[in-house]
Design a protein around this ligand. Structure first.
Ligand SMILES: [Zn+2]
Length: 458
């Protein structure tokens, strides 16, 4: 029914649906110390769209859980710089994250779990790991002893004795082995802390995820997702923690990872000054452009953001929207178009490792072929309506077209709205304001929402 690439086995596999008919999915959420950037947008738009596809097209019940890392070195650092309380900084950026997701139309998550609400669950996991001999305490901190877990490295396909001391591994005093990682960190003076059997401290990054997934999903679950950069050491550490506790393997059957996002061929970083926040991007572009850019590439590839890809996304969106408008004007009687074949290919490509670029290619093929028939008046009104319905169904999942509320909206208003969206896409704000005034003169008010422009009668 659906095939998906599993990082754990390095293979595309049939997605197994458990007898319960429900899939438990956990995706790593953000560390809330700054505004979310378009790299986050890529990951969360992908998982949101995948979940909607599985729910709406495949009728699978998905329980979608995401953590929020609201205690972390970077949060503490930022709060010190701004002379604020770390919790205040984390709460602020958590709220901004939720706002950004809603402006992206990302709304498939059932539960957001902020780490600090799960301190007892985290402490319980650390205690069990010590009891089972997988962890040791040193100077009021607790570390996972990776050499006690011989399978450490199985997700990133490395062996313990081949691990190299790298930038991704924190150097800390008290560790027995360089690759050991902190489960519990002793807190320094003035840092946020919680009481624990090892003294005042705070959780390590990896343990919050397994404490949260154990609480909601139990010892094992179906799918774990996140960005490619989290495979090692973060996801590797999660596997070690939870499989050591439960004695069961694998922690999650399927591991799905999204590729990195590059800007003009470079990794996004503050030092390169190419760091683009979601809100800055949306100030100049529509949310549909961002969603289209993300979905026009396969989720596992590196996604490169160039100025020209923004223009290409814009023109692709316009092409689909114009086509839909054109279909509505079709009045022909008979057709010779096997349009269902294109629709079938579209859904088949999504079911094959969520291949959105190939699916979109089949949609554009349908547009080209249908346009030829419309040109020669060889498309029936009936088929035209069915294609409109198909595009609506596509858009219900991909959310790449501005939704103009057409109920009892006169076609003159709909046409002006479409022109205004085009003007906005082309950043011709003078024209878009003029069109808004024109619509107002006709007795309608435009409101721009996350789902596109809405008009209401004045
Ligand atoms: Zn995580």
């Amino acid at each position: 029914m659906m095939r998906i690439y599993n990082t754990l086995t390095s293979k595309k596999e049939d997605l197994k649906i458990p007898p319960s008919g429900e899939i438990n999915l956990f995706v790593c959420g953000p560390t809330v110390y700054d505004y979310s950037h378009i790299g986050h947008a890529r990951t969360y738009i992908f998982f949101d769209t995948l979940v909607k596809f599985m729910r709406k097209r495949l009728n699978i019940k998905i329980n979608y859980l995401q953590n929020i890392t609201n205690i972390d070195d970077r949060i503490i650092k930022r709060s010190a710089e701004e002379n604020k309380n770390p919790q205040e900084v984390a709460d602020f950026f958590e709220k901004e994250y939720i706002t950004d997701m809603s402006s992206l139309g990302v709304n498939a998550v059932d539960t957001y779990a902020p780490a600090t609400k799960y301190i007892p669950e985290i402490i319980s996991q650390v205690e069990r790991l010590i009891k089972k001999g997988f962890a040791y305490s040193a100077d009021s901190s607790v570390y996972f002893d990776v050499r006690k877990f011989p399978e450490y490295g199985k997700l990133s396909h490395q062996k313990i004795n081949e691990l190299k001391e790298g930038v991704r591994i924190e150097v800390e005093a008290g560790k027995k082995f360089f690759a050991d990682f902190a489960l519990w960190k002793a807190s320094k003076e003035g840092e946020p802390s919680w009481d624990s059997p090892w003294g005042k401290g705070r959780p390590g990054w990896h343990i919050e995820d397994t404490a949260i997934t154990e609480k909601y999903f139990g010892l094992r679950y179906n799918i774990h997702g996140g960005g490619l950069d989290l495979i090692f050491p973060h996801h590797e550490a999660e596997i070690a923690q939870m499989e050591a506790i439960s004695g069961l393997s694998p922690l999650a059957e399927v591991w799905i990872h999204t590729g990195m996002l590059l800007v003009d061929g470079e990794k996004m970083s503050k030092s390169l000054d190419n760091f683009i926040t979601i809100r800055d991007f949306l100030k100049e572009n529509s949310v549909y452009v961002l969603r289209y850019m993300v979905l026009s590439q396969h989720y596992r590839t590196g996604l490169d953001f160039y100025k020209k890809t923004i223009q290409m996304a814009n023109s692709s969106i316009n092409r689909i929207a114009d086509f839909k408008q054109r279909l509505k004007e079709v009045t022909g009687q008979s057709s010779h178009l096997p349009w269902e074949d294109f629709a079938k290919t579209f859904w088949h490509e999504l079911a094959d490792d969520f291949n959105t670029p190939k699916a979109l290619a089949s949609l554009f093929e349908l547009i080209t072929e249908t346009n030829k028939l419309i040109d020669t008046n060889n498309l029936s009104q009936n088929d035209a309506q069915k294609i409109v319905d198909f595009i609506d169904e596509v858009n219900d999942i991909l959310n790449i077209l501005p939704v103009v509320s057409e109920i009892e909206t006169p076609s003159q208003i709909t046409a002006l709205l479409a022109d205004r969206e085009k003007a906005r896409a082309n950043k011709d704000f003078e024209l878009s304001d003029k069109l808004r005034d024109q619509i107002k003169e006709l007795g309608w008010e435009v409101e721009d929402t996350a789902k596109g422009p809405r008009v209401t009668k004045l």
